[in-house]
Design a protein around this ligand. Structure first.
Ligand SMILES: [Zn+2]
Ligand SMILES: [Zn+2]
Length: 324
């Protein structure tokens, strides 16, 4: 039955209002407010804390963030010679595999396939961004430094990074990149194997897929380190590292950050708001906003906590509280 003309718009308004307004409010709401950022993250662009908000509680006797934090110092001291050796080996193998694969790609590349390669590159960037988020989320949220092998070698940098975010700007090329380079080795190794053992026809059939894997590996490697150019000039900067560098960045890096082609500093600050429960993607950060609005990470955490009983970020909180 049709509604009387006079009341139909009002009923429609009531019916529409809650759904549309909730969705709109949710979509438009900032993930972290300026106040939350100021009160719950280290002021990396203001190292002397001149702009620190007066309302921040001062009940802690030790610093909440920075190189003076006791937990950060303890974690920094756990960086061992064995770990350093593993990182050197991984960087060496990864760079060799990248050069060999690059030569094979240049040998097989056909200009008429350029559009497919561009699509493969874009897919590679998005996959790398998601992969960086997944690994970062898993390492930040679960496990502990006490875990054998994994804890001290692979979770330690994540814990250290939350309580001393600018320590990354003081790490050299090997320490910054060792782990990211290691992740790419099986994929790059498989690619070399394919190029060497498959027939010419099979290599051509698999070419787009290999371009995607190669570019994905490059972006994963670039997440913590910028490029061969940076390596050669020994600047030792990185996409993630740049997102923590507030002074002396080259103009072209600031341009890429402002265009959101690489992770912008103000964007990444949202992840550094305690308790570090969102914005885990650190290659381009393109997926951070949609994943947060979909409640992707919190849904995963609820499922895992229900199944295992483990509390998310328990170890991270423990280290953060070692202020004194
Ligand atoms: Zn983190
Ligand atoms: Zn960071």
């Amino acid at each position: 039955m049709a509604l009387p003309l006079s009341c139909a718009p009002r009923v429609k308004e009531v019916l529409d209002y809650p759904i549309t307004s909730t969705v709109a409010t949710n979509l438009l709401a900032p993930v972290k407010t300026e106040q939350q950022i100021l009160e719950n993250s280290m002021l990396e662009d203001d190292p002397n804390a001149n702009c620190a908000v007066a309302s921040v509680p001062q009940e802690r006797s030790g610093p909440r963030w920075g190189p003076q934090h006791k937990g950060a110092q303890e974690l920094a001291n756990l960086y061992s010679t064995g770990k350093r050796t593993q990182e050197c080996i991984c960087v060496g193998i990864c760079l060799t595999l990248m050069v060999v694969n690059c030569m094979f790609i240049l040998f097989y590349i056909r200009l008429e396939k350029l559009s497919t390669i561009v699509v493969a590159a874009l897919c590679g960037i998005v996959t790398a961004d998601f992969g960086s988020g997944l690994v970062h989320w898993a390492a930040d949220t679960w496990g502990s430094i006490e875990l054998p092998i994994l804890g001290k070698n692979f979770l330690r940098p994540f814990r250290e990074h939350h309580i001393d975010p600018t320590s990354i700007t003081r790490h050299d090329f090997i320490e910054t990149n060792g782990d990211n380079f290691m992740v790419t080795i099986p994929f790059l190794g498989r690619m070399v194997w394919d190029f060497l053992t498959l027939s010419k026809e099979d290599v051509e059939n698999k070419f787009t897929w290999n371009c995607y894997v190669f570019l994905l590996a490059i972006f994963v490697a670039m997440t913590n380190q910028a490029s061969c150019y940076e390596y050669l000039t020994d600047l030792g900067k990185s996409i993630h590292k740049w997102s923590h560098t507030y002074f002396g960045l080259p103009g072209w890096v600031i341009f890429l950050q402002d265009c959101h082609i690489i992770l912008p500093r103000r964007h990444h600050r949202i992840h550094h708001v305690a308790p570090h429960e969102t914005y885990f993607c650190i290659t381009t950060g393109w997926l951070n906003w949609p994943l947060e609005k979909l409640r992707f990470w919190s849904a995963l955490e609820i499922i895992i906590e229900t199944l295992t009983g483990y509390k998310p970020r328990a170890d991270d909180m423990k280290w953060a509280q070692k202020g004194t």
